[in-house]
Design a protein around this ligand. Structure first.
Ligand SMILES: Nc1ncnc2c1ncn2[C@@H]1O[C@H](COP(=O)(O)OP(=O)(O)O)[C@@H](O)[C@H]1O
Ligand SMILES: [Mg+2]
Length: 325
């Protein structure tokens, strides 16, 4: 079958650690054809007055031959213009920022869905689902948290909980995530900076000391949990476990609590069309529900021997009604 991936420019992907590359390789190994495209190559033609059947959402796609190795890991075929509905599935794997262009892409992909395209993660679900705020739906698994623009409320929260994390709702890779203790001389300026003087909504959360053992990435694929998590352990002198902030990834079997959280979130998220979800769990607490372009496939596979890419490929085949090429 033919699968199209919406990606950042291919030369920017680091094949040796990129989850999208791992997904594509697993599908190719099972005999499927892989096509790459970018946000900027998707377009929709609406023939006004003729009727909605004549709408077509298409993209300039490039067939890829996937090669072993980390550098010259693909070769490109001749570009083609194809309707997105003609692929067995379209995989949206563009990295954030989650800006208006990202939102517009979800509109285009929804138009493709109306024409019969199968898109993962579902455009509506990724648009409606803020990766930080989404924990509110699963509040029984979260540490005490406040979301607000009101600096006075954030202040009161810091006074009450004493040791906290203040973060914007739209960051990734640990960007602008601050640890703020009640006696921090910079606490007010941090709140002002993250909240843009009350113009931007921020999240403040009780500090979870188990971050020393790592921020665990628990992957859900089609509602099923991957049996190993990647604990991202902050480097010396750092609060943030993100690999992008120098954290070290260590694969570990799931704890009972990790499994409890995964079992509760897996079915409803998959029902919304979220095929690949990356939960962040610190100690016993859910801190993020990543849906835009979750990672850690390669690290978990290499360290645990459990083939995450194969699990993904099998789930995608099942979801798109076929097995093998
Ligand atoms: N409540 C918390 N307690 C302790 N550390 C936290 C907490 N929230 C976030 N962190 C730290 O900050 C990092 C980034 O936070 P996260 O909410 O996952 O945002 P991002 O989208 O940038 O990954 C985490 O990996 C963790 O190290
Ligand atoms: Mg995170």
């Amino acid at each position: 079958m033919d699968y199209a991936f919406i990606l950042d420019p291919l030369p920017e992907l680091k094949a040796y650690k990129d989850s999208s590359v791992a997904m594509m390789r697993s599908l190719a190994r099972r005999g499927h054809a892989i096509y790459a495209t970018q946000q900027s190559d998707i377009y929709s033609h609406l023939n006004a007055g003729v009727g909605s059947e004549t709408a077509s959402t298409r993209a300039r796609v490039v067939p890829l031959a996937l090669l072993p190795g980390d550098h010259d890991w693909y070769s490109e075929g001749a570009p083609e213009d194809r309707a997105l509905k003609d692929f067995a599935a379209v995989l949206m794997r563009k990295d954030p920022p989650f800006d208006m262009e990202y939102v517009y892409t979800t509109y285009l992909l929804e138009a493709a869905e109306r024409e019969g395209a199968c898109v993962f993660n579902r455009p509506r679900a990724i648009r409606d689902h803020n990766e930080k705020f989404a924990i509110a739906r699963f509040a029984k698994f979260t540490a005490p948290t406040l979301v607000t623009r009101d600096a006075a409320r954030i202040d009161a929260f810091i006074d009450e909980h004493r040791d906290t994390i203040v973060k914007p709702l739209d960051g990734m890779g640990g960007a602008s995530v601050f640890r703020v203790r009640a006696d921090d001389a910079n606490r007010h300026v941090i709140v002002e900076t993250v909240g843009h003087h009350g113009a931007r909504t921020a999240m403040v959360q009780r500090f979870i000391p188990e971050i020393g053992d790592g921020d665990k990435r628990v992957l859900l694929i089609a509602g099923e949990v991957v049996p190993f998590a990647l604990a991202r352990i902050p480097k010396e002198g750092e609060t943030r476990g993100n690999l992008a902030a120098g954290g070290r990834g260590v694969a570990r079997p799931l704890t009972d609590r990790d499994r409890e959280i995964a079992a509760a979130l897996g079915p409803p998220l998959w029902a919304e069309g979220l095929l690949v979800v990356g939960l962040d769990v610190i100690g016993d607490w859910l801190t993020e529900v990543n849906v835009t372009s979750p990672t850690c496939f390669v690290e978990i596979t290499q360290q645990s021997g459990f083939d995450v890419g194969a699990m993904f490929a099998a789930a995608l085949e099942t979801a798109t009604g076929g097995s093998g090429a």
